[in-house]
Design a protein around this ligand. Structure first.
Ligand code: NAD
Ligand code: USQ
Length: 387
């Protein structure tokens, strides 16, 4: 298939592009490089050094013999989005290209507005481009498990059968997320479902959990193919941060009591889920939702898994939760659709932490300890922090 990966320079987009290429697909990547600009803004950097997109693509060609086409530009620019999609003529588009950090979206008004504008406008442009250029293109859109929040009922895959006053309907599952970033994904989901209804688009919305890990079969082939690994309190995600803290001999930073439960998956499962979604497209007019996560754990359980995998003493520290989150809540989610397509999940208990620890140790001198401390507080986001 011809597959265009939007956000193909990112943490997940780059390994996915190589994985799809390694599985015989013709791949293009599109990216604005804005993720590299957030690093400049925040004074942060990937723990593992990463190459420019140009070098990555050249290295992939040397290593695999396969070419990856590159489109450099911003999806909020509709002309660029249309031109790239017209030029590559994909059968599937995998859409990773959004601002993805909840804390970044909660810094202040400016960052909340930026996040929602970037994400929602970019996705609307992609929807319109598909609608006007070729409605057969299957859009595989990255949503997030956090769209659901932590409801006191079981989480279904996108849709819910409801009976009210004796009548029944199948409705989009009610959402109650915990940040303006997560809300941008909810708005995307609603826009996309509408596009399927009115124009007959075919969309798979992947409500992905928190990804952990840094290596896939392809990134391990050459250091120039490495993907990023973030540890700062804005972009670093919880299991990756815990792994880095363990290697540095720092206490694992559990926010609050750590009884919040979250859905997670291994980066090697992310790339496989995307392949499965592309190779098994949604029907014309279908808004298909998969919960792309394999397991769920409380934060305290996650900290214990990392501590137990590490060969050395690890302390777990509870720190004031900078976010507004419910603790001790119900959490059970359905995740059968991807398994039914053939996904064989890697489990946290047999994780890649053991392979991650040496990589982290190799680059430990690059860590700026100040960046590990959470500075974005949800309740203080009304106070202006930047001009
Ligand atoms: P990332 O920030 O590393 O990658 C996103 C890429 O998209 C970046 O390279 C960025 O430059 C690009 N981008 C952003 N806005 C763009 C625009 N307007 N036009 C063109 N390019 C743009 O993020 P990631 O961790 O790889 O996540 C990828 C996707 O998966 C995101 O949509 C995220 O919400 C979703 N997701 C990530 C996780 C996770 O744990 N990392 C979990 C669930 C869902
Ligand atoms: N947390 C800690 N300690 C830390 C960092 C985080 O206890 O040092 C806690 C947070 O309070 C939160 C949980 O860990 O309860 C997850 O935080 P996170 O930063 O790892 O993940 P989150 O903000 O939810 O966002 C990440 C990605 C986002 C994706 C989402 C999937 O950045 O792109 O959408 O995971 S999900 O959480 O399922 O919505």
């Amino acid at each position: 298939m011809r597959i265009l990966v939007l956000g193909g320079d990112g943490y997940l987009g780059w390994p996915t592009a190589m994985y799809l290429s390694a599985h015989g697909h013709e791949v293009g990547v599109l990216d604005s490089a804005v993720r590299r600009q957030y690093d400049h803004e925040l004074g942060s950097e990937s723990l593992v050094p990463i190459e420019s997109l140009r070098t990555r693509v050249q290295a992939w060609q040397e290593v695999s013999g396969e070419q990856i086409a590159v489109f450099h530009g911003d999806l909020t620019d509709a002309d660029f989005a249309y031109d790239a999609i017209r030029a590559f003529a994909p059968e599937s588009i995998v859409h990773f290209a959004e601002q993805r950090a909840a804390p970044y979206s909660m810094i202040d008004r400016k960052h909340a507005v930026y996040t929602q504008t970037n994400n929602i406008v970019g996705t609307l442009n992609v929807m319109y481009a598909i609608g006007e250029l070729d409605r057969d293109i299957h859009l595989v859109k990255l949503g997030t498990m956090g769209e659901y929040g932590t409801p006191n009922i079981d989480i279904e895959e996108g849709w819910l059968e409801v009976t009210h006053n004796g009548r029944s309907d199948r409705v989009l599952y009610p959402k109650r997320p915990g940040s303006f970033y997560h809300l941008s994904k909810v708005h995307d989901s609603h826009n996309l479902e509408f596009g399927c209804r009115i124009w007959g688009l075919r969309v798979t919305d992947l409500n992905q959990g928190i990804v952990y890990g840094q290596q896939t079969e392809q990134t391990a082939l050459d250091p120039r193919l490495a993907t990023r690994l973030d540890y700062d309190a804005v972009f670093g995600t919880v299991l990756n941060r815990f792994a880095i803290q363990a290697v540095l001999g720092l206490p694992l930073s559990v926010y609050g009591a750590g009884t919040q439960t979250r859905a997670v998956l291994d980066i090697r499962d992310t790339v496989e889920c995307i392949r499965l979604a592309c190779e098994n497209p949604a029907e014309q007019g279908e808004f298909r939702v998969f919960n792309q996560a394999t397991e769920s754990f409380s934060l305290l359980e996650m900290a214990k898994v990392v501590a137990n995998s590490f060969d050395g003493p690890v302390e777990i520290q509870h720190i004031d939760n900078p976010r507004v989150e419910i603790e001790d809540h119900h959490y059970r989610f359905t995740h059968t659709a991807l398994e039914s397509l053939g996904l064989e999940p890697h489990l946290l208990s047999e994780t890649l932490f053991r392979s991650m620890f040496p990589i982290i140790a190799q680059h430990r001198d690059r860590v700026d300890l100040d960046l590990l401390e959470p500075t974005v507080r949800w309740r203080e986001s009304l106070r202006s922090r930047t001009s």
